[in-house]
Design a protein around this ligand. Structure first.
Ligand SMILES: CC(C)(COP(=O)(O)OP(=O)(O)OC[C@H]1O[C@@H](n2cnc3c(N)ncnc32)[C@H](O)[C@@H]1OP(=O)(O)O)[C@@H](O)C(=O)NCCC(=O)NCCS
Length: 172
């Protein structure tokens, strides 16, 4: 069973390992050889960002980190916006962990911060992620061509957004 809790500095090593997995790098903008100290710095400087981890029981009472999600609120006139990210360990995809963490992030955004808009970038070929986000109310808003370099090839990415009722929003 997955337990979701706040990420702690002590999770840095596990999160660096997850960030270096080939499937995670393929689906995200993680660089090769991401270091524990870099993750530690990110967690230590979290400020108003919300970093969650998903842990499972690895036996003998030991817990293993298998997923991470983040919600990064905007500032000033974008303080109603939150940027979301999500990663699941390569060996644990397809078990509902991504959906559980995303739901927890959406709960924080909707019910505890009152954010109006959530947004994220996703590689256009990341069909699992796109489907997951669509199931949670995100829509594809546009496509960035040649947005990122992946293994020597430029790839496109979608911008996805999820809007809650926004009184006064000017329709496009
Ligand atoms: C994308 C990712 C977060 C999804 O998390 P997950 O735990 O594997 O997904 P879940 O098991 O919660 O499944 C969520 C949905 O995605 C679907 N899904 C999972 N793997 C899939 C696949 N390979 N192809 C198509 N759909 C897939 C599931 O069917 C499920 O949809 P459903 O609710 O309609 O059944 C995870 O695969 C991952 O971290 N991948 C590498 C990093 C990454 O790409 N992060 C996202 C960057 S935007």
């Amino acid at each position: 069973m997955l337990t979701i809790r706040a990420a702690e500095p002590g999770d840095a090593e596990a999160l660096a390992e997850i960030g270096n997995l080939p499937g995670v790098r393929h689906g995200t903008l993680r660089m090769p050889y991401d270091s524990r100290s870099r993750v530690e710095r990110r967690l230590a400087a979290s400020g108003s960002n919300h970093f969650l981890v998903g842990v499972i029981d690895a036996g003998d009472g030991l817990k293993t980190v298998v997923a991470e999600g983040g919600l990064i609120p905007g500032q000033r006139r974008r303080s109603h916006v939150g940027e979301v990210f999500l990663i699941v360990h390569d060996d644990h995809v397809g078990r509902g962990y991504g959906a559980a963490i995303l739901q927890a992030l959406i709960d924080i955004a909707d019910n505890w911060l009152g954010l109006r808009r959530l947004e994220l970038d996703v590689n256009v070929d990341n069909l699992a992620a796109i489907r997951l986000y669509q199931r949670h109310g995100f829509e594809i808003e546009g496509t960035r061509r040649g947005d990122a370099l992946r293994g020597g090839v430029l790839i496109d990415s979608h911008v996805m957004g999820r809007l809650r009722d926004a009184p006064g929003r000017t329709p496009s």
